[in-house]
Design a protein around this ligand. Structure first.
Ligand code: SF4
Ligand code: SF4
Length: 438
């Protein structure tokens, strides 16, 4: 696609990058068929090819309107279109550039600006944890729309205290420790059982995705630099990898090298951090035999209590126990940030199967659940339609538990079903400790 950039962006790194991406698009429209928002709305401008046209027009100097902004806002940034595209168009990077340019030319109403500012500041603030606790106390009294954003309190279980010669870094994340604290402790317990210590520097915080995808690129870059500074001494002292158990964070940290490529002080470090970043789904399959051996040698579990939907505790507290040698029926919802953003597909399902689970196939497995970072707050109608459509497929095989790999997807899906939705690492932790969380 030939692009004649307008003067305001022609000589900027963003302009050059956008022109390179646009140049690869051949208008074939294959991507449109797999776009969730096009499937729901049926408007070419709510699909990737239409949005690419809109962005091209704006970068060529056409004044964007509120309608342009709305079509870009409705995009989930799920990057399903990137997986489909035969020409390698990096739509996610293009839409980040396009949204920022449009926002600079189309001021949002005061109320919308306040909401976006509150999301950027609130979700990444140290006060988010105490606020979540208050919300959980008041949860029974909250209206349904708010209640769906506040998960029931969850016990985190114990954090291992043993040291091991093998060490990896782990990103705790900004909202995850407050919303679903068992995910991080379960990850630490699984790695501890495999002889790996997970190091979590206190100075590391939000991966930057929240600010970056709300068009605060400077704020997102500041988050990235802070994490690099927090991790670097541990990388130099021999940490093997940076482990991610939230695929949204992993997809973002893998972009650090690209995001900071023009920063002479950080470019090399950022690329090293991106290269070291691994989702748990990439690290654990190579240790499947060791995990299996631990499952075989665990003590015989207590009979199934029949409880359902209770907070998981893994090795750290009261548990729902079923026979570890049974074949629990599970489904796996692969987050877009895992399967499209990081192109990691099939690893979790294969590992769960190897560990004795019956992993049922699900329809439209490439589809977004509608969570998409802050999307479920900013575009609730579309988000809940997508959630219910996704749950329809996930619940069809009547699984005992729905497993996933990202805190946002888990919370969003759980808001639409009584069936338990958990991170797959919690399920594995519970298996290793002789119980299965459902
Ligand atoms: S990122 Fe997702 S929602 Fe956005 S255009 Fe691509 S497929 Fe559609
Ligand atoms: S599939 Fe790729 S090349 Fe075809 S229209 Fe979509 S982005 Fe362009």
């Amino acid at each position: 696609m030939q692009t004649n950039l307008a003067d305001f962006i022609k000589h900027t790194p963003e302009g050059q990058e956008a022109a390179g991406i646009l140049g690869k698009c051949v208008h074939c429209g294959f991507c449109t068929a797999t776009c969730p928002t096009y499937q729901l709305l049926g408007d070419e401008l709510d699909g990737p090819r239409g949005r690419i046209y809109l962005i091209k027009q704006v970068l060529e100097g056409v004044r964007p309107t509120e309608k342009t902004q709305l079509h870009l806002d409705r995009c989930l940034t799920c990057r399903n279109c990137e997986t489909t595209c035969p020409s390698g168009v990096q739509y996610g990077r293009l839409v980040d550039i396009g949204r920022k340019v449009v926002d600079e030319q189309v001021p949002r109403p005061f109320g919308a600006r306040v909401v976006r500012q509150a999301l950027k500041a609130g979700l990444t603030s140290p006060l988010f944890g105490p606020a979540m606790k208050l919300g959980q106390l008041a949860r029974p009294l909250l209206p349904g729309s708010l209640k769906s954003k506040v998960p029931a309190p969850q016990r985190a279980g114990d954090t291992p205290s043993r040291s091991h010669p093998r060490r990896m870094l782990m990103l705790a994340g900004c909202v995850q420790p407050a919303m679903l604290p068992n995910i991080n402790t379960a990850t630490a317990r699984v790695f501890d059982a495999l002889g790996i210590e997970l190091v979590v520097p206190a100075a590391a915080g939000c991966c930057g995705a929240i600010r970056y995808h709300l068009n605060d690129h400077d704020g997102g870059l500041a988050d990235a630099r802070a994490n690099i500074d927090a991790w670097w001494p541990h990388i130099e002292s021999g940490c093997e990898a940076i482990v991610m158990n939230a695929s949204g964070c992993g997809a973002q940290v893998r972009e650090y090298g690209h995001m900071l490529r023009h920063d002479p002080a950080y470019a090399a470090k950022a690329q090293r951090v991106s290269d070291l970043t691994k989702d748990v789904a990439e690290v654990l399959p190579s240790m499947a035999e060791a995990i299996k051996a631990k499952l075989v040698h665990q003590p015989s579990p207590a009979p199934d209590s029949g409880a359902r939907g209770q907070a998981p505790a893994g090795a750290g507290g009261a548990q729902h126990r079923v026979r570890a040698d049974s074949a629990p029926r599970v489904v796996f919802h692969s987050p877009c940030t895992l399967q499209h953003g990081q192109q990691i597909r099939g690893e979790v399902e294969s590992l769960l199967t190897a560990l004795g689970a019956e992993v049922s196939p699900v329809g439209e497995s490439h589809f977004c659940c509608g969570s998409a970072g802050t999307y479920s707050v900013l575009q609730p109608d579309l988000a809940y339609k997508l959630r219910d459509r996704r749950l329809g497929h996930l619940e069809a095989p009547a699984p005992e538990v729905i497993l996933s790999a990202n805190v946002g997807c888990i919370t969003h899906l759980q808001s639409g079903t009584e069936r338990p939705v958990r991170h797959w690492i919690e399920w594995l932790d519970a298996r290793l400790s002789g119980s299965v969380t459902q």
